[in-house]
Every structure is written in structure tokens, then in C-alpha cells.
Design a protein around this ligand. Structure first.
Ligand SMILES: Nc1ncnc2c1ncn2[C@@H]1O[C@H](COP(=O)(O)OP(=O)(O)O)[C@@H](O)[C@H]1O
Ligand SMILES: [Mg+2]
Length: 376
């Protein structure tokens, strides 16, 4: 069903509800069509998954291409990655349960797949236990061989790819790379939000994936493009917003896609037909109030000192010289080395991120709350 509210806060529907990303879409499709793999990265909630959906939407009509999407965030080891990959592939290709079971048995004959049925829907599922590097390599080869039989071009998007560094197995990158390399006619989009990890996988000399993909950092949608999108969606719903108010929303949200969408979604759902800066402020305030319990729970995840550093970053908005004398004195933070340690930990917990040498609070609504309700 077509969305009632044009500002989606989860998932993808169609190009109508998707702002711009024309260049990025073209670039990814060009890479894939010419046999190049792509690594897409950016901070969280900027629109990577949405962009993959959009690319797939655009490729869907080409009959000679199979598209697969796997989110590997929930996987914890190589075995679960292969299970998730195999389930996606076979689940998409074999819609008839009998055939599905037959294929699973064939493909994983050597490693005894356990087949089960969903108690509610009766849909079949399976689990394989990968016990060695050989098992892993063999399973991957068999899945790719199976895909090759379809004689179609295959595109596989693996989202949250940085997850592989958390697997306990030692040779994950080497195993994946070796098998992916052998898979002819298959192209990949790797996507993820931990820039450092992805760069170390794909851009570090001597590592298995070194220079095997085209690196693509997703940037923010421009102020002009987002402004146009916001105005046109409100207008279509018979709501009025000036270009300066549309800009105000984008700026409040630092053009961070999810937050822009969220704030617009809320504004759109009001009965008001004119969206003013005042209404934007009031709506943002109610979002902050609603989220307050979450923000307070963040506090329990941090030490008192980390919380103070976080508050200081929120008050500054963006911090370039985080261990500078000026910043430390202004917020009474003690020594550069203790700030340094706290910052490292805040980066790790994804409370803050670093962009072009500056530090920002990850969640822009949280940033507004800290600034408003926490003293310097
Ligand atoms: N170009 C876009 N136009 C409108 N909404 C978008 C766009 N890209 C992403 N979104 C929305 O923004 C939110 C975050 O995007 P998502 O793709 O999940 O980010 P990421 O994968 O980078 O964490 C989602 O709710 C999605 O619907
Ligand atoms: Mg995502």
C-alpha cells in the first residue's frame, strides 16, 4: 500500500518517496554493469540501505539479473553468514518447498543440513554447521555454482559488512575473498557504517580484499535538493512550507537523512497546514521529551566524565581540536589525555563520530537535548 505520509522513516517504497541520489545510483549501476564491486560507506542512518534498495528498484526490471540483499548485522560467525547467504539465495530462487528442500540437500550434501519447518507458516528453513575452512569454502562454491546455473547476472548486496571482523574465525576475509573472486558473473555491493573497519578491509595493502572494490563514501543530500523534496511533498499534501523553513529543518538535523525524515514525518502528521519555524521548534521539543528516557539510559552506559565530554561536544556543535587547551579549559575537562581516552570510548560506543577532522554527536536529536537540558 502506498504510504500515507510521504516522509518514510523506515524502509524503501519507490522513487517517489526517495530524495535524489541520482549520481550515486548511476555510479553504482555503472560499476556493477561493468563488473566492478562497490563498497558503500557512511555514518549510520544516512541512507546506505535506502540507496541499495533504490539501486535494486532500478535494476529490478532487467529480466536477466538476480538481486540478493543480505543484512549480516545479526550474524556472529562465518557459519551464520553462510547460512544467511544460502537461505536468502535458495529462498528467493526456489519458491516451491519440495524443490527448496531438494536443492538444500544437494548443495550441502557433505555437511548434513538440518531442515526445519516454520510452525506457523509451514515454510521450510535450514541450518548448516560449518566446522572448518574447507566446509566454508565448499559451501560458498556450491552456492555460487548453483547461481551460475541460472545463467543470469547476479548482484549480491551485503549490508553491515564490517560485522565480519567480529567473527571468531581467523581467516574470514581470506575465505570470502578467495571464493568471491572465483564467482564469475557475480558482483557485490558491500556496505557498512564503520569507516575505519571497511577501509582496513578494502584499502589496506596485503589484506585479501585490498583494492578489490570501488570505494564510495555516501555524502549528505544537499541542502537545495532536500529543500526541494521537502517542499514538494508538503505541497502535495496541501501543506505549505517556505524554503527557509525547509532549510531550517535540514539544518536542525545536520542533513542527517533519518532525522530529517523523522522530523518531517511528524510535521506532516499534524493537522496544521502551514509549517512555520515555530511549529518546527515545538515539534522538535516534543520529540526530545518523548526520547528523554532513552537519553537518560545512555547516561548509564557512560562514566560521569564521558558524559561531561559528550555534553561539551553537544554545546560546541562540532569540535575540531578536542584535546586543545581552549576546549578543555572552557568545559573544565582536566587533561588532554583523559579527554582523549573518553573520546575514544565515545567513538567506540557510536555516541560521537568524526568527520573531516571534527567531532559530532551521532544522534542529532540527542545533541539538541544535551545542549538544552545539560549544563556546560
Ligand atoms: N534518499 C532518501 N530520501 C528519503 N528518505 C531516505 C533516503 N535515504 C534514506 N532515507 C530514509 O532515511 C532513513 C535512514 O536510511 P538508511 O538507508 O536506513 O540508512 P543507513 O543504511 O545508512 O543506516 C530510512 O528511514 C530511510 O527510509
Ligand atoms: Mg543500513
Amino acid at each position: 500500500m502506498k504510504p500515507q505520509n510521504p516522509f518514510l522513516v523506515s524502509g524503501y517504497y519507490s522513487p517517489e518517496f526517495f530524495c535524489n541520489r541520482k549520481k550515486e545510483t548511476g555510479r553504482i549501476i555503472n560499476a556493477l554493469e561493468n563488473g566492478r564491486n562497490v563498497t558503500l560507506f557512511s555514518i549510520r542512518r544516512l541512507g546506505k540501505t535506502g540507496l541499495i534498495d533504490h539501486v535494486f528498484y532500478n535494476l529490478k526490471s532487467s529480466k536477466n539479473t538476480h538481486l540478493f540483499y543480505i543484512d549480516i548485522l545479526p550474524t556472529t560467525n562465518l557459519s551464520s553468514l553462510i547460512n544467511s547467504f544460502a537461505s536468502t539465495v535458495l529462498g528467493t530462487m526456489e519458491s516451491k518447498p519440495e524443490k527448496f528442500i531438494k536443492r538444500v540437500s544437494e548443495i550441502f550434501s557433505g555437511i548434513r543440513p538440518v531442515i526445519s519447518f516454520d510452525p506457523l507458516t509451514g515454510a521450510p528453513a535450514f541450518q548448516v554447521k560449518i566446522e572448518s575452512d574447507e566446509d566454508a569454502g565448499q559451501s560458498l562454491q556450491k552456492i555460487f555454482a548453483y547461481l551460475r546455473k541460472s545463467r543470469k547476472r547476479i548482484i549480491i548486496a551485503i549490508d553491515e559488512f564490517q560485522q565480519i571482523v567480529n567473527y571468531p574465525e581467523k581467516n574470514v576475509e581470506a575465505i570470502l575473498r578467495a571464493n568471491i573472486q572465483k564467482a564469475t558473473g557475480v558482483n557485490f555491493i558491500f556496505s557498512g557504517s564503520r569507516k575505519h573497519i571497511l577501509l582496513s578491509i578494502f584499502s589496506q595493502y596485503g589484506k585479501p580484499f585490498y583494492q578489490s572494490t570501488e570505494m564510495m563514501q555516501l555524502e549528505r543530500i544537499s541542502l537545495e535538493d532536500y529543500g526541494r523534496f521537502i517542499i514538494s511533498k508538503f505541497r502535495k499534501g496541501k501543506k505549505n512550507i517556505s524554503s527557509s523553513s525547509a532549510e531550517y529543518i535540514s539544518q536542525l538535523c545536520r542533513l542527517h537523512t533519518y532525522y530529517v525524515q523523522f522530523l518531517c514525518n511528524r510535521l506532516y502528521s499534524l493537522k496544521d497546514n502551514v509549517i512555520t519555524n515555530k511549529l518546527i521548534d515545538i515539534t522538535l521539543e516534543s520529540i526530545l521529551k518523548e526520547n528523554e528516557p532513552v537519553y537518560i539510559s545512555y547516561r548509564n552506559l557512560l562514566t560521569e566524565y564521558q558524559w561531561r565530554v559528550l555534553t561539551a561536544v553537544a554545546h560546541e556543535g562540532n569540535v575540531k581540536l578536542i584535546t586543545s587547551k581552549e576546549f578543555i579549559i572552557k568545559y573544565r575537562l582536566g587533561t588532554p589525555s583523559s579527554v582523549h581516552t573518553a573520546v575514544k570510548s565515545l567513538l567506540n560506543k557510536e555516541m560521537i563520530y568524526k568527520e573531516q577532522g571534527e567531532y559530532f554527536i551521532y544522534d542529532v536529536f540527542f545533541e539538541h537535548w544535551l545542549k538544552k537540558y545539560m549544563n556546560r
